[in-house]
Design a protein around this ligand. Structure first.
Ligand SMILES: *[C@@H]1O[C@H](CO)[C@@H](O)[C@H](O)[C@H]1NC(C)=O
Ligand SMILES: *[C@@H]1O[C@H](CO)[C@@H](O)[C@H](O)[C@H]1NC(C)=O
Ligand SMILES: *[C@@H]1O[C@H](CO)[C@@H](O)[C@H](O)[C@H]1NC(C)=O
Ligand SMILES: *[C@@H]1O[C@H](CO)[C@@H](O)[C@H](O)[C@H]1NC(C)=O
Ligand SMILES: *[C@@H]1O[C@H](CO)[C@@H](O)[C@H](O)[C@H]1NC(C)=O
Ligand SMILES: *[C@@H]1O[C@H](CO)[C@@H](O)[C@H](O)[C@H]1NC(C)=O
Length: 244
């Protein structure tokens, strides 16, 4: 037990690992046309710059906001940025702080609901229709292939799908070979029961966010697509090892 405490102390006082991620990223609540406050710390600025904010309003189109490097304070090693989103009261979204290569700098936000206000100055004159370029027939389950369909006269290439787990990671969903001509198959390597959002992008200007959904499956679902599934897991010290 004493050895364990000494080890903990050594870990706490030991040299800090240089992180290319922020361990702390916070998003404020927001109201219609009001500010959204993003703060980040416990990490370093990425070599791929600039930072940006990817905002994924469900059942709508994504919003990308570049964050100037001046939002980072070298002396305090903290960053803060305030932006305004053109989203009406009641809209729900998640947001990701990304590096210049489009990878998340840490955990995705929780699901944020835009609260009501009397300020309408940020809203478009004609409310935008929900985007419906891409459609998925049926539910999506853990490690099961699913099919995405689109109007092949609008775009020919299979789009990329970026997945976001609220308060968790963001990653690209693997496309299976053989897509094209209005449809492609993908497999979602994430565990059943989790909520997840998709940002679909064909790289030709058509972008769409699906509604937040829950990953289907049950105890008989395949785990083949998941990392650390027990068969190929890396050897890692367990708590038992540490306390000896
Ligand atoms: C209304 O919102 C805009 C931007 O979203 C902001 O600049 C303006 O200060 C707000 N007006 C009031 C009265 O809060
Ligand atoms: C944004 O968040 C930071 C850290 O919590 C705080 O110091 C700052 O006052 C906030 N700014 C606004 C406009 O809410
Ligand atoms: C909008 O304005 C009205 C009248 O000024 C006020 O009673 C109401 O509380 C305001 N609503 C919000 C959400 O601020
Ligand atoms: C596909 O897109 C074309 C061009 O915008 C349009 O004319 C056609 O009606 C669309 N087809 C379907 C099935 O939506
Ligand atoms: C475990 O994951 C690895 C890597 O993804 C995969 O190759 C392997 O087939 C999986 N094994 C099982 C039993 O799911
Ligand atoms: C899914 O795949 C991505 C990269 O393709 C990886 O970053 C992520 O950890 C994987 N998730 C799981 C649960 O295996």
């Amino acid at each position: 037990m004493l050895g364990f405490l000494v080890l903990l102390l050594a870990l706490a006082l030991g040299p800090q690992v240089v992180l290319s991620k922020f361990l702390s990223i916070t998003f404020s609540s927001t109201e219609q046309c009001g500010p959204l406050n993003v703060t980040f710390s416990q990490g370093t600025m990425p070599s791929a710059s600039p930072l940006s904010l990817t905002v994924v309003p469900f059942n709508s189109v994504p919003i990308f906001i570049p964050i100037p490097s001046s939002s980072w304070d070298d002396h305090t090693s903290t960053g803060a940025y305030i932006t305004f989103l053109p989203l009406p009261a009641g809209a729900t979204f998640i947001a990701s702080l990304d590096d210049g290569a489009g990878n998340s700098m840490g955990a995705i936000s929780d699901v944020i609901r835009v609260q009501s206000s009397n300020n309408t100055s940020c809203l478009p004159a004609t409310p935008s229709q929900p985007a419906d370029f891409f459609a998925i027939g049926g539910g999506i389950s853990q490690c099961e292939p699913f099919k995405l369909q689109w109007n092949s006269s609008v775009t020919s290439q299979p789009p990329t799908i970026r997945a976001f787990i609220p308060k968790g990671p963001s990653f690209h969903v693997q496309q299976l070979p053989g897509g094209g001509n209005g449809q492609a198959s993908y497999v979602l390597n994430a565990s059943r029961g989790k909520e997840i959002a998709f940002l679909i992008d064909d790289g030709q200007g058509n972008k769409q966010d699906l509604d937040l959904f829950t990953i289907g499956g049950d105890t008989s679902s395949s785990t083949k697509c998941l990392l650390n599934n027990g068969t190929h897991g890396k050897q890692r010290p367990t708590n038992r090892n540490l306390s000896k």
